[in-house]
Design a protein around this ligand. Structure first.
Ligand code: 13P
Length: 246
């Protein structure tokens, strides 16, 4: 399976930072064996998409409706119209701050498919849930509720992002990542049959140039969802290079 390395710029990036998108796009072109994407603020999608051919440009969220009275929201059709090829849905920062439920996220994933763009569906436990021995149960519950019945690997990926590893510099042990990704894979195969083996499972949370090679070598780790280290080419490129040689 080709690995996918996707950046998530979160709420960072003004028009001036398009030069960073350009630098990242030029750098990742050296690794055509890896699929790469950069999920940037919605305001930057139009100017970035089309200009940088080597890397898919995506959004970070979408509304489940096509259009309507939803002040401040952006639909999947609007993302596609702006040139996005994918969107993240269900990031833990949105689950926590916007109170998004698994059903909301399922609706957003369906919206992405309807609009003809790919979806990265995020799941992950909090530190308290891990400490309580609930990590796998929480993640599999989120997975069941957040995925649509027609999920296939050509338009959907899952990102396992332990909440306590995001932006903290802490990562789970290789054994814990391996166990969680194996559990997610088994759940995908149980639900979708052989097609479940083709759905990419990304790891996210403090992935960087130093730890990427060991994380990406773990079975069922089919790529990464990268926050802080995706903002600059010199931090993002070593992760893409690690994926190319994984
Ligand atoms: P960091 O790579 O900054 O920990 O963020 C991970 C993340 O939340 C990606 O969606």
């Amino acid at each position: 399976m080709r690995k996918l390395i996707a950046g998530n710029w979160k709420m960072n990036g003004l028009l001036a930072e398009l030069e960073d998108v350009a630098a990242i796009s030029e750098a990742v072109a050296a690794h055509p064996s890896v699929d790469t994407a950069l999920c940037i603020p919605a305001t930057l999608i139009r100017p970035a998409a089309g200009r940088f051919a080597d890397m898919a440009i995506g959004g970070q969220d979408c509304h489940m409706a096509v259009s309507g009275a939803h002040t401040g929201c952006v639909s999947a059709e609007m993302l596609a119209d702006a040139g996005a090829k994918l969107t993240i849905v269900g990031h833990s920062e949105r689950r926590a701050a916007q109170g998004e439920s698994d059903a909301d996220i399922r609706g957003k994933a369906l919206a992405a498919r309807r609009a003809g763009i790919a979806a990265i569906v995020c799941v992950g436990e909090t530190e308290a849930e891990r400490d309580a021995g609930q990590a796998e149960a929480v993640v599999l519950h989120q997975l069941t509720g957040s995925l649509t019945d027609d999920a296939t690997g050509d338009w959907l990926s899952v990102a396992y992002e332990p909440v306590w590893a995001i932006g903290t510099g802490r990562i789970p042990s290789v054994e814990d990542v391996a166990a969680m990704h194996a559990a997610i894979r088994a759940a995908l195969v149980a639900r979708f049959g052989a097609g479940g083996a083709d759905i990419r499972i990304l790891y996210g949370g403090s992935m960087n140039g130093e730890n990427a090679a060991s994380l990406l070598a773990i079975p069922n780790v089919d790529g990464g969802l990268i926050g802080g280290a995706s903002l600059k080419a010199e931090k993002f490129l070593p992760i893409v290079a690690a994926a190319a040689s994984a």
